[in-house]
Design a protein. Structure first.
Length: 318
């Protein structure tokens, strides 16, 4: 019988550290086939509505598709559907049978946060004590929790957002005797003091300058999800050792890399490894405590598939 899992169901099943461990195991296998499809259609008001799908197929064992719609005008009308909606469907890859439908928003939050945390396991300093979060949207809290799961040495959480009030609200969620939480108004100071920096914004122009960074910093870039958006400047990428989760979903798909490659600031060869290479130990990750590492979280259907497999397996074992 087909299983349908909503947001609450997903949140009850998943925990950060075990999911990071599972993603690490999955990345020790060959990369699945992955493809993205985006359709756009203008409505009668001139608003562009979008339909996205991310597809992955793993060695004839499992396949899945995440379908997401984005209708901006939904936010302007009362009692209407959310702006972004979607579902993920997991299929048995041996016979094509659909097994489970999973709420895409919650699936995306978990896989995005744990994707970044897995990279941090290889790229941030093992004794890192300070984490800066730039942005205060829905993904910010899961990102903090995931990083704390792989770096329990973190003692200081710093927050910056264009809306200071939103940053303050986010900071209150982590106040505890074990964590010192601060909200910064001065972004250069916040960046310079951080050992791990997580960016989760919709910035179009760079908000981080390379000359603000201290030696040994690890950058986890999650926002800026299109080929025209950026969160860091050319100086940042030039002075960083660059890593990605998947070359296919990042190099030509996100402005963080596509734009500096196009301008000649860096080349494709500057990307040292992806998560598959890190997990398969073909690249050591961080080499010394003073290098600046940069990870671009581009996501991808393979990560949705891995996370959905984990959820389905957990349900089957209950």
């Amino acid at each position: 019988m087909m299983i349908v899992l909503d947001e609450n169901g997903v949140d009850k099943i998943l925990k950060y550290a075990p999911l990071v461990d599972y993603l690490q195991e999955c990345h020790q296998e060959p990369i699945p086939m992955i493809e993205d499809l985006v359709l756009a259609n203008d409505d009668k008001t001139g608003t562009t509505n979008i339909f996205r799908s991310r597809i992955a197929w793993e060695n004839n064992e499992w396949l899945g598709i995440k379908c997401v719609t984005e209708f901006p005008n939904n936010s302007k009308q009362q009692n209407l559907a959310p702006v972004v909606q979607g579902q993920f469907i997991l299929f048995d890859g041996s016979n094509g049978t659909p097994k489970i439908i999973i709420d895409s928003a919650s699936l995306t939050r978990w896989k995005t946060a744990c994707d970044s945390a897995l990279a941090s396991r290889y790229l941030s300093k093992q004794d890192a004590e300070s984490l800066l979060v730039i942005g205060a949207g829905n993904i910010a809290e899961p990102l903090v929790k995931a990083h704390l799961a792989v770096r329990p040495t973190i003692r200081r959480l710093n927050f910056w957002n264009r809306s200071i009030k939103k940053a303050e609200v986010l900071a209150t969620r982590f106040e505890s005797p074990k964590l010192e939480c601060s909200v910064f108004e001065n972004l250069p100071d916040a960046v310079h003091q951080a050992e791990i920096i997580v960016t989760a914004t919709k910035a179009i122009e760079p908000i981080i300058k390379g000359n603000w960074l201290a030696p040994g910093t690890h950058l986890d870039l999650v926002g800026a999800s299109t080929e025209t958006m950026r969160e860091v400047d050319d100086e940042t990428v030039k002075k960083s050792h660059i890593f990605v989760d998947c070359r296919k979903t990042t190099i030509e798909k996100v402005g963080e890399l596509a734009l500096p490659i196009k301008s000649g600031a860096i080349t494709k060869e500057c990307i040292r490894a992806d998560l598959f290479q890190l997990c398969q130990k073909s690249h050591p990750g961080r080499i010394n405590p003073t290098e600046i590492t940069l990870f671009k979280n581009g996501g991808g259907g393979h990560l949705d598939l891995m996370t959905a497999k984990y959820i389905y397996d957990k349900i089957q074992k209950v």
